[in-house]
Write a protein that binds this ligand. Sequence first.
Ligand code: ADP
Ligand code: TZD
Ligand code: MG
Length: 577
Amino acid sequence: MADAAVKTAPADASEAELTDGFHLIIDALKLNGLNTIYGVPGIPITDFGRMAQAEGIRVISFRHEQNAGYAASIAGFLTKKPGVCLTVSAPGFLNGLTALAHATTNCFPMILISGSSEREIVDLQQGDYEEMDQLAIAKPLCKAAFRVLHAADIGIGLARAIRAAVSGRPGGVYLDLPAKLFGQVMDAEKGEKSLVKVIDAAPAQIPAPDSIKRALDVLKGAKKPLIILGKGAAYAQADDAIRSLVEKSGIPFLPMSMGKGLLPDTHPLCAGAARSTVLKDSDVVMLIGARLNWLLSHGKGKAWGEAPKKFVQIDIEPKEMDSNVEIVAPVVGDIGSCVSALLAGMGGWATPPADWIKTVTSKRDENVAKMAPRLMNNNSPMDYHGALGVLRTIVKERPDAILVNEGANTLDLARGIIDMYQPRKRIDVGTWGIMGIGMGYSIAAAIETGKPVLAIEGDSAFGFSGMEVETICRYKLPVCIVIFNNDGIYRGTDVNKVSSDPAPTVFVKGSRYDKMMEAFGGVGVNATSPDELRRAVNEAMDSGKPTLINAVLDPAAGSESGRIGNLNPQSALKKKA
Ligand code: ADP
Ligand code: TZD
Ligand code: MG
C-alpha cells in the first residue's frame, strides 16, 4: 500500500532532492488551476486527499461518490474548467461512474480520478483488494480514458485529461491512478520539469465564413423565426454576444431549461411561456447549443406542427448536425466565435414581421395571465402553484441565487413558473432527466460561485442524495433546501389493493425531512402554507445557514410523470387485471 509520502528534503547533501507521485499529482492539478476536489477518501487515496488539502487544494469530502461526481460535473458546467472527482477503486469508482457518464451525456467537462489496484494482480484476476479493470469499464462511458503508470508521466496524463474534457464538445474523462503510482519516487527537479501547464485548453473554433453567410441568408428569408438557447449556450459564457444577437435580430427566443436566464425570462422577446406556439408556427429555427433530442421532440412530429421548418444549428460538434432532421445551415464552431461572426455579418438587418412578434407576445401574455391567480393561492396543505408562486417571487428578489431543481412535477412546474434573470443560475436534471443531482449540485454551486443556493426538490428526488445534508452542514454552506413533500413519486395517493405492502410510488406519510437537517446542526422548518414557506426561505437566504424546509404538499396535487407522462408505457390490458 502506498500511504507513506516520501519526504522532499534530501537525506543528506549529496543526495538529489526527491519527489513522488502524491506531490506530482497535486502540483500538476495546481499548475492547471484545478483547485477543488470532490470525493470520498479511502484506499489508496486517503493520504492523497490529506496532502492535497495541506497543499492548499480545497478537498470537499462527500458521503457517496455519486454525489461528489455530480458536484464535479456541475462545477465543470459553471466554470468551464473540468470538475475533479476523486474516488477509491472498484466500488468507489463505480459509484462515481454514473456521474461521469452523466457529464459526458450533458457535455460538461469533468475528470474522474480513481485509485486502482495492482495492475499485475488485476490483469491476472488474482483477487486484489477492490480489484477491477476500471479503465476498460470507464471507456464506453466517457470521452477519453487514460492510465498513468509512471510518476514521470503524471504531467502528461493530467494534461491529456484536461484537454480531452474541455476541448471540442466537453465531456467526462477518466484518469486511472494505480496505488503504486502514488509512492513512486523520482528526482524532484526532473519531476517538476515533467509537469505540463495546458495552454489554451479549449481553443476557439472559428466557423467557416460561408457557413455564417448561409445561416444569415436562411434567417433573412424567415417570416417566423425562432432562436432556441440550450445549455451549451449557457456553458459557452458568451452572454453579451448572445444577448446582442437576440436583440439586434429581434427574433423571439426560447430557452431550454438550463439556458434560462441567458436573457431574462421577462425579456420582451422571451417566448418561454408561448413554447407550443413557437415550436408549431415558426418557419426558421436557429439552435444555439441545444440538441434536437427528446427534449425538443427530435425536431419533428406533433409538437412541431405541419408547417415546413428550416433549421440553422450552431454547435461545436460537427456530428451533431442532421442527427434528427436535416440542418439547412450548419454552423460548426464555438458559440462565442459563431455568434460574433453572425453579428458581424448582419449589416442592415430587418427585424422579423411585426405580426409574428405580436402572435408570440400575445400568446405569452395570455398564458402568463392565466397562471397568475393560481400562483397567489394560500392553500394549506399547499399545491404546487401556491408553493411555487412564493419561490418565484423570492428568486425575482434574489436573482443571483443559484436554483437547483429536481423531481417530476416539482421539476416541470418549477421550470415553467420560476423566471430566471441571470445566466447559469438554473441547474437541474439535464439531458437524462436524472434524479440524484440535488445535493451534489447544491454543494458545488455554493463552493464554485460563493452565491446562495436554493434547491427545490421533490421528496423522491431528494432521497437520492439526501445524506449529503451532513456535508452541507459540515462545510457550513449557504444552501436552502425546499422539499416538496407530497408523500411520494408523482403523488402520495397510490394504494396497493392486494397486500399490506405500500404501493411502489408512496413513502411514509407525513415524513419530517426537516428533522434530518437538525440532526447535523442545520436549521429545519416544517412549512404548511405558502406564507410559512416564504418566511422560512427568506430567513434561510438572509442568514446563509444550511436550512431544510419540509414543504407539506397535498399528496393528490401531482400528476403521473409530471409533464412527460406520454413517455410512460401503460399496459393496454390494465383494465382486465
Ligand atoms: P439542452 O439540453 O439545453 O437543449 P444540449 O445538452 O442538448 O442542450 O445541447 C448542448 C449542445 O451544446 C451540445 O450539442 C454541445 O456540443 C454544444 N456545446 C457545448 N459547448 C459548446 C460551445 N462552447 N460551443 C458550441 N457548442 C457547444
Ligand atoms: N431514477 C433515476 C436515477 N432517475 C429517474 N428519473 C428516475 C429514477 C425515475 N423518476 C423520475 O423520472 S421522477 C422521479 C423518479 C423516481 C421522482 C418523482 O417524485 P418526486 O417529485 O417526489 O421527486 P413529484 O413532485 O412528486 O412529482
Ligand atoms: Mg413527490
